[in-house]
Design a protein around this ligand. Structure first.
Ligand SMILES: [Zn+2]
Length: 302
């Protein structure tokens, strides 16, 4: 990614300073830009195929260990990871996460690429216009110092962001275009997609085992969207008589640090299930097991 960033940096410096107006120059520059974006896509694809699979498998391994150790299933035979992970559901699951990671990343790259190409097209237009004006200045038709100002403001706004290294654009849910630098954006997507991989690993493992309950991790978060889920137990199917249906699964937002894990009704029942139900349905703010849990309204922003 650093190579790609450096390549684009050089191009932006050229765009910022050049007075070139020929089509050949700009066509070549645009081809180079597209090449760098294509490389970024390929680099991410390689990363996703490697890391997402690893993270997914790691998650399943941890869950399976928990299942194999659990005394709730003394009648169940030990499930070997190597055979378990080869099932269709996990193969499909990994493919789906990789695909959605690629879609998320590519969307940002594509919109960014369009924006940078637009920057070059506007700059070319300005240079061509200035070239014409310069000729007319030389012919004495226009006074010295006349400048071509069409679209200059829009072009300079995009240029400023590009000079800050922001080559990626994302249209947020309010329709506002936000620009990001490649490093920050890649890290954000990577972090979020690894969380997605972990969640998919847990959900698919639950499906494979015929297990229905999951618990959201907790770290006394200050993020409002996560607070309503933190530490609670949910039913994946929505068929559980006591626990609410999981309507949203972690990650709840980009850079979310929450994860889910499988829990077994049999185990909860043995421990006394009511406190878990009361906490998960919001009847109480007292977490059934975690002493460090702080009730949401008592958490303070630092
Ligand atoms: Zn979160």
């Amino acid at each position: 990614m650093r190579l790609i960033t450096r390549g684009l940096e050089k191009i932006i410096t050229t765009v910022a300073t050049t007075t070139e107006h020929t089509t050949t120059f700009w066509v070549k520059l645009q081809r180079d830009i597209r090449k760098h974006y294509a490389e970024a896509r390929r680099a991410f694809e390689g990363w996703a195929e490697r890391e997402i699979v690893q993270w997914y498998d790691r998650t399943v391994r941890v869950v399976l260990k928990k299942v194999n150790r659990s005394t709730a299933f003394s009648d169940r035979k030990h499930i070997p990871f190597n055979r378990f992970i080869r099932s269709n559901i996990h193969g499909q699951g990994k493919k789906a996460v990789i695909q959605s990671a690629l879609n998320a990343y590519t969307a940002g790259l594509n919109t960014g690429e369009k924006e940078i190409i637009r920057l070059t097209a506007l700059t070319q237009q300005i240079n061509v216009g200035q070239h014409e004006i310069d000729k007319r200045i030389a012919d004495g038709e226009l006074p010295d110092g006349t400048t071509f100002d069409v679209n200059k403001q829009i072009r300079n706004e995009i240029l400023k962001k590009a000079e800050d290294g922001k080559y990626i654009a994302v249209i947020d849910k309010n329709g506002v275009k936000r620009m990001y630098n490649i490093k920050g954006y890649t890290e954000m997507v990577a972090r979020t997609e690894l969380r997605e991989a972990a969640t998919a690993g847990v959900v698919n493992t639950a499906a494979e085992l015929g297990s229905d309950l999951i618990q959201v991790s907790s770290h006394n978060t200050l993020t409002p969207i996560c607070q309503q889920f933190e530490g609670k137990i949910f039913s994946l199917s929505g068929d559980d008589p006591d626990f609410p249906q999981a309507t949203l699964l972690a990650p709840f937002h980009p850079n979310c640090l929450h994860s889910i894990t499988i829990v077994f009704r049999e185990v909860l029942e043995r421990r006394g299930i009511q406190p878990y139900i009361d906490f998960s349905t919001g009847k109480t703010e007292a977490h059934p097991t975690r002493e460090s849990h702080i009730p949401v309204r008592k958490r303070k922003k630092k």
